[in-house]
Design a protein around this ligand. Structure first.
Ligand SMILES: [Zn+2]
Ligand SMILES: [Zn+2]
Length: 154
């Protein structure tokens, strides 16, 4: 069980997640690279029922033009918040760069759970970025390793 808090750059939007999370992936797809303006997106997945906005929900904006994902972001500072899955409404995507572990007693254990398990969509990775770790790499995101799939099995 994970206890996470996240907030945007301006601090106007805050949220928490208390519950189980799925495997953490580094996604190198074109959408994630543009979305984050970075080499890849590191994210996990959780159950929507375990998520709540703590403050600033009125500043949450929605981008709903991707096939299966609605991304949310802060209207003031533009930071990425959670993502919503159109085909899996009970789940959310959590970008790890924005979250912190709340429970200091369980920090070491939770840090282990937040370490990435694999790279996906590596065929789309930025030309200038070399993957230098030994994690498994996938050309796309096979269903059997997807975080939603793993969380559904529990
Ligand atoms: Zn903000
Ligand atoms: Zn992606």
């Amino acid at each position: 069980m994970m206890n996470l808090r996240g907030e945007c750059l301006c601090g106007g939007v805050k949220y928490e997640y208390n519950g189980e999370t799925g495997p953490v992936i580094n996604c190198h797809c074109n959408e994630c690279r543009k979305w984050h303006g970075s080499a890849y997106r590191t994210r996990t997945v959780g159950k929507k029922a375990n998520f709540s906005w703590l403050s600033g929900e009125e500043n949450v904006a929605f981008y709903d033009r991707l096939p299966n994902v609605i991304k949310t972001f802060c209207k003031i500072c533009g930071s990425n918040l959670i993502s919503l899955y159109k085909d899996n409404e009970g789940f959310i995507g959590l970008p790890l760069g924005a979250v912190e572990i709340v429970d200091s007693m369980k920090k070491a254990e939770q840090i282990e759970l937040l370490k990435p398990s694999y790279h996906v969509y590596v065929d789309y990775k930025a030309d200038w970025h070399d993957i230098t770790d030994n994690l498994p790499q996938y050309k796309e995101l096979p269903d059997e390793i997807s975080s939603i799939h793993k969380l559904k099995q529990d």
